[in-house]
Design a protein around this ligand. Sequence first.
Ligand code: FMN
Length: 269
Amino acid sequence: MPEEKKIIGIVGSPNKDGRTNELVTAALEGCRKAGVETEIIQMSDHVVGTCRDCLPWICKDELKCTYKDEAFEFFSEKLLNCGGLVFGAPVYWWDTTAMVKYLILKMFRVYARTAPLNGVPAFGIGVAGGTGNGLASGLRPLYHFLQMMWMRPLEPVPATRFNFEVCIEHSRELGGELAGMSRSISPFKRREESLELYDKLPYLGLSRAEERRVLADMVIMALPEADRQGAAAGLAQADLLLVQGRSLESAAKVSEVYDQAVKKYESKV
Ligand SMILES: Cc1cc2nc3c(=O)[nH]c(=O)nc-3n(C[C@H](O)[C@H](O)[C@H](O)COP(=O)(O)O)c2cc1C
């Protein structure tokens, strides 16, 4: 019987003991509970260099970057031999971190054409902080990576400080699911199948305004039940303004609800 492959968890944060680490660790706990071995990788120990977009495009045939890059060789070996991936990264400027981008850009250049990870299951965890802005847009680069590599996605985890504990539990559950999928890898047969699956994932297709509304709702849900009602009514007003075509007023109402809810939240924690 072939040896079962490990599931790897990448912490795409410079902060080894931060929230990204906590969430990736929880996901890997879920994998181990389901009986699959895991390995956690701190990306800050292996920062990949920039892709130089070389021409002629030799690396796609040689399956190796022309320039010496030990960190990239390290990740290539880990990713090409994994049975599943948990990819966690903080949200920086409504986007992801530089070191995550460096890795994914080189991975595309060398491997996207041959798709050696077709069907390998994976999910991403985006970790927003103070404001929570970018909870969806920070996940997009991670899922763009999974999609370009033809990996089979589970739903994303959009973590903020307001839903952190819920996300820990959810990451653990998804880890268990990932472990099950890693035992019978199911490659995509057609691109359309992958396009449809990724298009159906929650959060990734949200507009900025929709994302802000989800965030406001997240803060409201973090409040004690007695404090939620007024805020929820505010969001209902914002929705009404939107259907009336008054999108700017609607967005301003969402911001107002969000600001008040954050104040309440901060007074309680
Ligand atoms: C350069 C930088 C940019 C950031 N940008 C955002 C942001 O756009 N939205 C947000 O909610 N938090 C932002 N944060 C906060 C981080 O997302 C947050 O602290 C997160 O927990 C960091 O993950 P870590 O605990 O693994 O380091 C930013 C932090 C830094 C250092």
